[in-house]
Design a protein. Structure first.
Length: 86
């Protein structure tokens, strides 16, 4: 660089207006969706994360096991709150 001249100068180029346009809604607005069965899904996920936690604990990975136990606890609490509201 001579006399403070920069050889690799990036200039700001504005984005075209089309890149800020909202994306079209891809799902049909009149589509029939099944009602979520949150307690069923929560129970399934609780059992899944509990099994993963136990497998990690048996492998000797206490940090991984704790992570999965925390996930399982979340779904356990979700199941408990679902039962209280119905």
């Amino acid at each position: 660089m001579q006399n403070g001249a920069r050889t690799n100068v990036r200039t700001h180029r504005p984005r075209p207006a089309s890149s800020f346009a909202p994306r079209p809604n891809r799902r049909a607005s009149n589509a029939v969706r099944p009602e979520p069965q949150s307690s069923h899904n929560a129970q399934r996920n609780y059992q899944r994360y509990l099994a993963l936690a136990q497998a990690e604990a048996q492998a000797g990975n206490s940090i991984g096991a704790e992570n999965y136990y925390q996930h399982a606890e979340h779904y356990f609490r979700s199941m408990s709150s679902d039962r209280g509201t119905t």
